[in-house]
Design a binder for this molecule. Sequence first.
Ligand code: FEO
Length: 576
Amino acid sequence: MVVATAAPTQKRLTMQVEAIAADTTAIRSLDWDRDRFDIEFGLQNGTTYNSFLVRGDKIALVDTSHEKFRQLYLDTLKGEIDPANIDYLVISHTEPDHSGLVRDVLELAPNATVVGAKVAIQFLENLIHRPFDRLVVKNGDTLDLGNGHVLEFVNAPNLHWPDTIFSYDRHTQVMFTCDAFGMHYCSDATYDEDLHKIEPDFRFYYECLMAPNARSVISAMKRMKKLGDITTIATGHGPLLRHHVGELTGRYWNWSNEKAQAETTVAVFYISDYGYSDRLSQAIAHGITKTGVAVEMTDLKIADPQEVHEIVARSAGIVLGTPPASGDVSKATLDAVSTIFAAAKDKQIVGIFECYGGDDEPIDPLVTKFRDLGIKNGFDPIRITETPTEATYQLCEESGTDMAQLLTRKDAIKKMKALDSDLDKALGRLSGGLYIITAQKGEVAGGMLASWVSQASFKPLGLTIAVAKDRAIESLMQVGDRFVLNVLEEGNYQHLMKHFLKRFPPGADRFEGVNTQPTNNGSPILADALAYLECTVVSRMDCSDHWIVYSSVDNGRVSNPEARTAVHHRKVGNHY
Ligand code: FEO
């Protein structure tokens, strides 16, 4: 049921209220047009912020909403209950998209007890600046709301901040998981009826938010398995999981196990809620995981030195966000940073980024300190001189990918040489044309040489392209994205091939010195191409180390009808 709508001049914000189980109501804030999340993740289908009421003898509100929904959300909440009667406000995670209205709710419910993990309560103190009753819970703790509703709490640190808990209602078998198992997908459908429609967003969300924390996903899921049956996963974003709980949680389990088995790990140290540290670190981590290298994220605000020591010792690379130089810097942070330097070894590589927190420790002394330890750069230090933009996040993601490729290059060459040579040569007899994909999304652009391209359908006109998972352009080829496939011309392609085969530094402009023209779909055409095709990504298939990207072809043109397509003849099939 849609119950309220914002003024039509604003972007579309609506509310939905739905009974999802006995005495349990979902209050969903539908943000239809949000096209960016944490800036770095483009969204095709908006998002939702889900909050829940559980009415036993006592009333619990699980999470709130984004502050942009203040009036709509509070009006809707008041339509359901008198907020003064809320006994418990359960905080699954303190990021502002879920906790943005905690202060407002507590003003209406001054007697409510805030329930959360120890870290969440600490974060909240800084967020709402007012006294509140609190109940710190840890894994296995329960809260009896009466009338059969007993909430059991599950520790789920790092999903997506260290503060996360899940809450499982033993009576209704509904599990409230906030970010975990969610997706940025806005629709009137409360549940996951249409798997086909939601699965690209479910996957993309996993890759962006959860993949850097794959080991934490596995740990949380092991704890989940000790609970009873779960009939509904009440997520904080997107539709609730009810029709495909087994299938979708199974995917989380498999994806996370694949990632956790990676032989190489990079430790990423950030400081939650300080400048842009968490978002920048996520973008770097996402770039790393694209290569198959695992990531271990650690929040320096609450890190335990012993744990930091162990993480550094088992990692091949270290990424460090500049800690605050002074002011509100905790002893835990200072100890953790000292431990990183004490545990680091000269075989490791390092990447340092500024957090733009207003009081960053200067980056150069940190760089020098690592250099003095004999530790080489995995990427050039990322200096942030203004509020991060899409281009900054692209730079971070590509820096992460570069660092991980540096760590795995030797192994990749070894594996390449180990393949059966006859098979290898036979496979090399497969040939394809030569193409350059060009894509522009907002202020971020990319270009890549491709040859694994094939027409795939007539109606609609469609083609597939295999794109290695660690390619930068992969981020610009999500479902719904548009790009141009430039067809290279026989005898007139060497200069373009040479240019796009170059190893570009992270964030570099791929089109500098290249003659381009604009298209209808926003991506550039290469002026020297024989033909171009404007495409829209329809779906993506996971094929081990590549994505097969199926796209419809919306428009196209040939510049020289007499010329032929350049062909790529290879000798071996185990690399391009
Ligand atoms: Fe949906 Fe991490 O907040």
